[in-house]
Structures are given as structure tokens and as C-alpha cells.
Design a protein around this ligand. Structure first.
Ligand code: FAD
Length: 432
């Protein structure tokens, strides 16, 4: 299949077996990483997606393997910043008023997860998961023949002045205590050594070397899909509507065609995963944090590495020859049309911070991050039925965490000791 075919997957062939050993629902980065990993362990795997490969958040994200991003979004710091951000209609955080009532239960849980005690627990768990991912990604890239897509330039976080740096410093101390190495840069000249062309208002920088990016998250997800197919995996279109466990296995009702029967099933449907878990009688507080970006053509800026502007909620990433500018969080649910004025606002800011950035000719995109209130993914067997494995809710870090999630999924499927000693922070039942 070429890349275009992966965008419009064919339906399952009529003659395909309707009884499957292992079925993965969702062909985003998480689903395909799990599929490839299980397949390489000798399992027979089928992947279904209701449209195509990387149809969701995995298509246009910022491409970071952000192994050092150990601090959860749910934190006292965010609660302090949120009111200021929310006042700006095109600021880094927004909540559509019409969607606010539906968001209240999630926001309540987010607030409860933002205590310092919970942040410390989540950060430790996150650090362990990210370390597992850092250990697992090389093998996964190898399976996909995609080692050449990795860029090891690190990430530069930029702060405007001493007050901003002082506010951020405790977070960096906490990261360091969890094993994250970084180098503090002071003054515009030190910043220019790592990235020329940054406006001189930025006086402090934190350079994080152990942070990689990929050429293009879509191409990487496609590479996993190609490798999976080349090894005999079945990847097809199918919209799962309902999961019905019975003694023979998991009966999966599809929007079209007869149901499938799977011995083992993985729910990797990103921000839509709760729609499937609800059919098993389990309601998860899964929300979408919608994010926006603009991908500028080659030559837009001489970008040496990914730049993060933490106080403005966006990153600038070198991507497949061009430059991708984006981030931000919008709470508006899964149905509302995108508001690309948000992408425009981020691009205008990037132009202020990188005056030589050429902003014309870009392509805009919006993606739905699948987010749990405590900023941690759901990874583990379903409380309702141990033949179902949940792998969703990876929020801002799904690309980074996909390799670790795939390892944990393989451990579950093969009934091996899990690759992480403590999985409690990710256990599906924590919000039930
Ligand atoms: C602007 C932005 C920037 C980001 N930057 C980064 C970054 O730099 N690094 C990082 O690690 N993460 C980043 N993320 C987060 C990352 O993109 C996500 O966490 C990750 O892509 C989630 O992957 P997924 O496979 O779980 O979900 P998705 O990629 O959304 O895939 C889910 C798939 O499930 C399918 N599906 C849904 N329902 C069904 C159903 N009922 N039946 C069959 N198929 C179904 C969908 O069609 C879709 O293809 C970013 C996100 C955004 C929005």
C-alpha cells in the first residue's frame, strides 16, 4: 500500500477470517506501535481503523520524543496560570463557553489531581514510563526501518526574563531530581549559540539534550503501518461500535458488515476510546485537548532544534524540511469545527519571537489529544474483561509514550512480567 492508500484503508475482505486472535482498534501511533510489537512477538494481529492510518492526533503533532517532559500538566502551576490564559480569547488555553458544562466533571478531577502530592506521584510514574519509552523506541524504529527519521537535536525551552525563569526553576529542579539533565543558558548570546535568530527579549534558556524529534509523525506512523503489513499483518477499515464479551471471546459490532470475534482486543482509539469502553459499562473521564499548528514550507527559518515557549504554550519544530509552529489547548469537545484563528495567533507570536520566520505558505491543522484529568495515560487490562487491553489517554505525549505502551501491551498479551515495576498510576480503574 502506498501512503495514499493508508489514508483510505480498504474494508476487511469478505473472505477475511471473522474470528481473530488479536484485534487492535485504532491505527494511530499507539495502535500501530502495539500492533507491530505484538506481531513481532509472534502473535497474529489485525488492526482496524474507522478511516485510515494516523487519522487522528498522530497525523500532525509536533513530532517530539519528549523523554524529559516528566511533569504533569495537572499541577498547582497550571492552576495559577490558567485564569490569565483563559482571559485571552486566542491564548494558550481556552474553553468554549458552550462546552463548559460538559467539561465540569473533567475539570473537577483535573483540579483534584493538581495537588503537590499527586503531582509528585504522577511525575515519578511519568518519568518511569518515559524512561521505558526511551529504551524501547530504538527497537521499534528498527522494526519499522525508520531509524533514519530520528533527529537528536534536543530541545531549547525559552524564557523572557528573570521572573519567568524564577517561576520555572522549581519545575526544573524537580525534573532534575527525576533524572532529567539540562543546561541553563543565560543571556541572548548563549541562546544564539544554540539557536540564532531568537528575539533578544529571551534571556534564559534551558537546553535539554535527551529529547529527540522525528522527521514527520505522519511518516513515522506510516512506516509502522508498512512494516506491519510487510510482516503479514492485516490493516483494514472498520468502525467499531460496540464490544460484547461472551464465552467465545469479544464480539465486535461494526458499523458495516458482520461482527468480528476476537480472542484478545486492544482499545487504542485515541480521544474516542471512551465511546468503546462505555459499551463495556465503563465510563472514563477522557476529554480532548485540541491543539493547533501551522506547517511552513522549507526555508521558513533556519531552525536547528525544537524550541519550546512554555509561557506561551507552543513549540517550533523542524519537520520534514519545513517548520511546524503550534500547540495550545482548546476544550471544545470532539464535534466542534476547528477555530484556525488559534493557529494564526500562534504563528503571529512565533513571528514576534523569531523575527526572521517567513510565515507565508503554511498548512494549518487541528488535532484531538486524548487526555485524562491526571495527565497520565490509561494502560492496562479492562476491569470489565481481562481479554481487553486499554491503551489510550496519552494526552500531550502519545508519540513519546507509544513505544512504552506497546511494550506493556506485549507483556500483557504474552502474560510476561510487565516492563514497569509499578503500573498503579496508569491502571484503568483509577477513575471508575
Ligand atoms: C498539536 C499537537 C501536538 C502534539 N505534539 C506531540 C509531541 O510532540 N510529542 C508527543 O509525544 N505527542 C504529541 N501530541 C500528542 C499525540 O499526538 C497524541 O497523544 C497521540 O497521537 C495519540 O495517539 P493515539 O494513537 O492514541 O490516537 P490517535 O492518533 O488519535 O488515533 C486514534 C485512531 O483511532 C481511530 N478510531 C477512533 N474511534 C474508532 C472506532 N470506534 N473504531 C475504529 N477506529 C477508531 C481514529 O480514526 C484514529 O485513527 C500532540 C498532539 C497535538 C494535538
Amino acid at each position: 500500500m502506498n501512503a495514499r492508500d493508508l489514508d483510505f484503508l480498504p474494508p476487511l475482505q469478505a473472505e477475511s477470517p471473522r474470528a481473530l486472535q488479536t484485534l487492535v482498534l485504532g491505527a494511530g501511533i499507539v495502535g500501530l506501535a502495539c500492533a507491530l510489537r505484538l506481531q513481532s512477538a509472534g502473535l497474529q494481529v489485525t488492526v482496524l481503523d474507522r478511516s485510515g492510518v494516523a487519522a487522528g492526533a498522530s497525523r500532525g503533532n509536533a513530532g517530539a520524543l519528549a523523554y524529559s517532559d516528566v511533569l504533569p500538566l495537572a499541577s498547582p502551576g497550571i492552576l495559577r496560570q490558567a485564569p490569565r490564559w483563559l482571559i485571552d480569547p486566542l491564548g494558550p488555553l481556552s474553553l468554549r463557553p458552550s462546552y463548559a458544562p460538559a467539561m465540569l466533571p473533567w475539570l473537577w478531577k483535573f483540579w483534584r489531581a493538581s495537588t503537590q502530592k499527586q503531582v509528585n506521584l504522577s511525575a515519578r510514574a511519568q518519568a518511569a514510563l518515559l524512561a521505558l519509552s526511551a529504551a524501547e523506541w530504538p527497537a521499534l524504529l528498527g522494526l519499522a526501518g525508520a531509524q533514519g527519521q530520528l533527529r537528536k537535536g534536543g530541545n531549547l525551552h525559552l524564557y523572557e526574563g528573570e521572573a519567568q525563569w524564577r517561576a520555572a526553576a522549581p519545575g526544573w529542579a524537580q525534573r532534575m531530581a527525576l533524572g532529567v539533565g539540562y543546561e541553563l543558558l543565560q543571556g541572548a548570546d548563549a541562546i544564539a549559540d544554540l539557536q540564532p535568530g531568537v528575539d533578544k527579549q529571551f534571556q534564559y534558556g534551558c537546553f535539554v539534550p535527551h529529547w529527540h524529534t522525528v522527521d514527520d509523525p505522519l511518516r513515522l506512523t506510516q512506516a509502522l503501518a508498512h512494516a506491519f503489513i510487510a510482516r503479514g499483518g492485516v490493516l483494514a477499515r472498520g468502525h467499531a461500535l460496540r464490544l460484547n464479551p461472551d464465552a467465545r471471546g469479544l464480539l465486535v459490532e461494526l458499523e458495516q458488515g458482520p461482527p468480528l470475534l476476537a480472542q484478545r482486543l486492544l482499545v487504542c482509539a485515541g480521544a474516542w476510546s471512551h465511546q468503546l469502553t462505555e459499551t463495556l459499562g465503563e465510563r472514563y473521564p477522557l476529554e480532548t485537548e485540541r491543539g493547533y499548528n501551522t506547517t511552513l514550507p522549507p526555508g521558513a527559518f533556519n531552525l536547528r532544534r525544537q524550541l519550546t515557549f512554555p509561557n506561551h504554550g507552543f513549540v517550533v519544530t523542524p519537520i520534514a524540511g519545513g517548520v511546524r509552529v503550534g500547540g495550545a489547548v482548546e476544550f471544545a469537545g470532539l464535534q466542534a469545527p476547528p477555530n484556525f484563528a488559534r493557529a494564526d495567533a500562534l504563528l503571529a507570536k512565533a513571528k514576534r519571537f523569531l523575527p526572521e520566520l517567513r510565515t507565508e505558505g503554511g498548512t494549518q491543522w487541528m488535532g484531538c489529544r486524548p487526555s485524562m484529568p491526571d495527565s497520565l495515560p490509561v494502560i492496562g487490562p479492562a476491569p470489565a474483561d481481562g481479554r481487553v487491553f486499554y491503551a489510550f489517554g496519552h494526552g500531550h505525549l502519545g508519540l513519546t509514550q507509544a513505544a512504552a505502551t506497546a511494550k506493556l501491551a506485549a507483556d500483557w498479551a504474552l502474560e510476561r512480567k510487565p516492563g514497569l515495576a509499578d503500573l498503579a498510576a496508569f491502571r484503568p480503574g483509577r477513575f471508575l
